[in-house]
Design a protein around this ligand. Structure first.
Ligand code: GRG
Length: 348
């Protein structure tokens, strides 16, 4: 039997396991407790155009990773801290959804979670204002957290929110730049996406009364996992299975998006292939299928897929190391290790 057969079978098994674990995680006790809490948060009926979009975005099937990280971060240090961490978990999910509403306006995105975006279903002004209201609702939830923890929670939450804005601005700046280094790209995704995962975990740890060193390790676990998560997203966009990915495969190539694959190619490409890359970047809508195919040809020539996987695994390993250094019993960390595994091997 060729060894590739075993390798493929093992990879297939890992994918199936990861997929089911992620689903299990989303149906976990924490997920149910969070959902019950969310259903009790009051969003008035009127004005409809302010609160209906909020109800709508929160009803779409998001993975709810961030609020669950808050609860898991709390549970890691003190099981009884899960309940008091619920308002913080809602604050994080509200902030995340607010940022998605505004991000979709900026990107003129038609779809979010497979459904029309808020600005598409209503309009830009409705989306701006309901997003703003959702951000305020996040602060309302923060104000419900245990009083003695609020100053620390506010510090990390506000610092993270500003970093997310910085990441968003870098991302928009990069769209206009011809050249972006790998370091600059990774720093952009750290700010735009990863710090919020670290923040979610740290907020849970703060509520559970964890010491500052453990809080920091858990934060670093989240940030490194978040970077690996985004790199996996970049990889899936090109090499994902169209049936399970839920988005158009090759979408990033068609929109000339800076991704880990693209910045790696730019770094390694020989002068003889530069013209072809420039030609592909200028291709219009009429030549789309060819564009994806040809770019994938260039990625294959420079083994970009392998290099991107290597980077993703590098950040996953750092994340695991950070989790390992936290001084709590090993079995308490198991769910976080398994979650990290599931996220890294996800297919959507
Ligand atoms: C902070 C004041 C302030 C403004 C925000 C719009 C903006 C500025 C930032 C955009 C941040 C953003 C949308 C980052 C993308 C993060 C990301 C990877 C989203 C997808 O996360 P998933 O896969 O989504 O967890 P679900 O749908 O499962 O919730």
């Amino acid at each position: 039997m060729p060894s590739g057969f075993y390798k493929d079978s093992i990879s297939h098994f890992i994918l199936i396991f990861a997929y089911h674990f992620l689903a299990m995680f989303q149906e976990s006790v924490h997920a149910r407790v969070f959902q019950n809490y969310l259903e009790k948060v009051n969003f008035p009926q009127e004005p409809q155009h302010l609160y209906d979009p909020i109800r709508y975005i929160l009803s779409l099937s998001g993975k709810r990773i961030r609020p669950l990280l808050v609860l898991m971060g709390a549970e890691l240090f003190d099981e009884s801290a899960v309940e008091p961490a619920l308002p913080a978990s809602a604050a994080i999910e509200f902030f995340h959804n607010f940022s998605l509403i505004h991000d979709d306006i900026m990107d003129v995105a038609p779809l979010r979670r497979g459904k029309p975006t808020v600005h598409q279903k209503w309009n830009d002004n409705v989306a701006i204002l309901s997003g703003d209201a959702l951000l305020i609702k996040a602060y309302q939830e923060l104000a419900k957290c245990p009083t003695d923890k609020i100053p620390d929670l506010l510090r990390i939450f506000n610092a993270t929110s500003l970093e997310v804005c910085e990441g968003q601005q870098y991302d928009m700046d990069f769209e206009k730049r011809a050249q972006v280094s790998e370091t600059a790209y990774i720093d952009m995704i750290r700010l735009k996406t990863s710090v919020l995962l670290g923040c979610a975990l740290q907020m849970g740890a703060i509520i559970a009364g964890a010491d500052v060193r453990s809080q920091r390790s858990l934060y670093d676990f989240g940030v490194n996992l978040g970077i690996a998560f985004q790199l996996q997203d970049d990889i899936l966009d090109v090499y994902g299975n169209p049936k399970s990915f839920g988005k158009q495969v090759g979408g990033d190539i068609l929109s000339n998006k800076k991704t880990i694959l693209f910045v790696k190619l730019q770094e390694l490409i020989c002068p003889t292939d530069q013209d072809q890359l420039a030609y592909l970047l200028n291709q219009t809508i009429d030549t789309e299928p060819e564009k994806v195919e040809k770019m994938m040809g260039l990625y294959a020539k420079y083994d970009i897929h392998t290099l991107a996987i290597y980077q993703k695994e590098k950040f996953t390993t750092i994340a695991y190391e950070k989790l390992m250094e936290i001084q709590v019993e090993a079995d308490k960390k198991q769910t976080l290790f398994s979650l990290a595994d599931a996220l890294m091997h996800r297919v959507q």
